[in-house]
Design a binder for this molecule. Structure first.
Ligand SMILES: [Zn+2]
Length: 333
């Protein structure tokens, strides 16, 4: 472990356990942002998955740590508190996109530790075979579906003027994964229809990537999980014209109203991207709250339409003290 990491872990621990830290967090809430939980921790360790994926073991250990230091509460207990604050700081878990692994791998661990969570669905994907391009392109290029589909996708990328960097042939797994991460990030500049076309060139997976509505209902019936919208197509809202923006918000809101018993009055911006125009439209569609991705603690006096969250990667889940360091930084800001 590097000196800096050790320093951050120790300071983070001291902060959470000191009167100063307890004071600063009193009555405030920490909202965490997660995406996927994979069965295999080693798969989640690789750089191109690390930001979005947590392994089941790391997740289990992470929830145990959260329960030791925080009151793990439903999201609305932070956004609309009804009770007097307890001496311990509050934390709420949120998951973005609506990945099927949230039901398969995350839920059993949530249940074991009795930790509530909110899942924000990109509603067009729920119950459909529509695929998240990042996952489809990333895993195909990684070779998870074999060599032939990988070569085919490389040809398609070549035709689009996006040749694969040589580093993607590196024999070192870490370096190859890091090169893939950078390449995927560079593809974000392609127009969304181009990205879905590329995702369609990837082989059909044996299993759909997103939750279906039956799973949504089962999770909701458990009483531990609630749902809210995260766009319909996952388009970046700030890039849409007024009319398409309105359609995107309405379609996702109506899908949640149809598919859930008690959807959250909280919108979650795809990629966290929002501006004054997007916030106004979200408010006009009866959402008093919306979640962004800027890091920070929620104190109730900030803009309820740009609620901050802390992202949790596999690295953070494995070393939760790194999260207390980031909370400490967020509290000082
Ligand atoms: Zn998302």
């Amino acid at each position: 472990m590097g000196i800096m990491q050790l320093f951050k872990q120790t300071s983070g621990w001291l902060y959470l356990n000191s009167p100063v830290g307890r004071n600063q967090l009193h009555g405030a809430g920490v909202i965490l942002m997660l995406h996927r939980v994979l069965a295999n921790d080693r798969a989640a360790d690789l750089p191109h998955r690390n930001e979005l994926c947590i392994g089941t073991k790391a997740f289990d250990h992470f929830l145990e740590w959260l329960n030791r230091h925080f009151d793990c509460v439903p999201l609305m207990d932070i956004l609309q508190p009804t009770q007097q604050p307890s001496p311990r700081p509050k934390v709420a878990l949120t998951f973005d996109d609506g990945w099927r692994d949230n039901a398969l791998h995350a839920f059993p661990v949530l249940l074991k530790h009795q930790v509530p969570a909110s899942i924000f669905l990109s509603s067009d994907f729920i119950g459909s075979r529509q695929r998240f391009w990042w996952e489809s392109i990333g895993e195909t290029l990684w070779g998870s579906h074999g060599e032939a589909p990988r070569m085919h996708l490389i040809d398609c990328l070549q035709q689009l003027g996006r040749p694969l960097p040589v580093l993607l042939d590196d024999v070192d797994v870490q370096r190859r994964s890091l090169a893939l991460l950078r390449f995927l990030q560079s593809l974000k500049t392609l127009p969304p229809p181009e990205l879905s076309r590329l995702a369609d060139e990837c082989p059909a997976e044996s299993m759909p990537q997103a939750l279906d509505w039956q799973q949504v209902r089962e999770l909701e019936n458990s009483g531990l999980v609630r749902f809210g919208p995260h766009g319909a197509s996952h388009a970046i809202l700030t890039g849409l014209d007024d009319c398409t923006l309105g359609q995107e918000i309405r379609r996702s809101r109506d899908a949640l109203l149809n598919g859930c018993k008690r959807p959250l009055p909280v919108y979650c911006y795809p990629n966290g991207d929002n501006d004054a125009r997007v916030r106004q439209q979200v408010a006009d569609h009866d959402f008093p709250f919306a979640l962004g991705t800027a890091a920070g603690i929620y104190r109730g006096n900030a803009d309820p339409l740009a609620v901050p969250r802390f992202g949790v990667s596999q690295r953070v889940a494995r070393n939760p003290q790194l999260l207390s360091w980031r909370i400490y930084r967020g509290a000082r800001a």
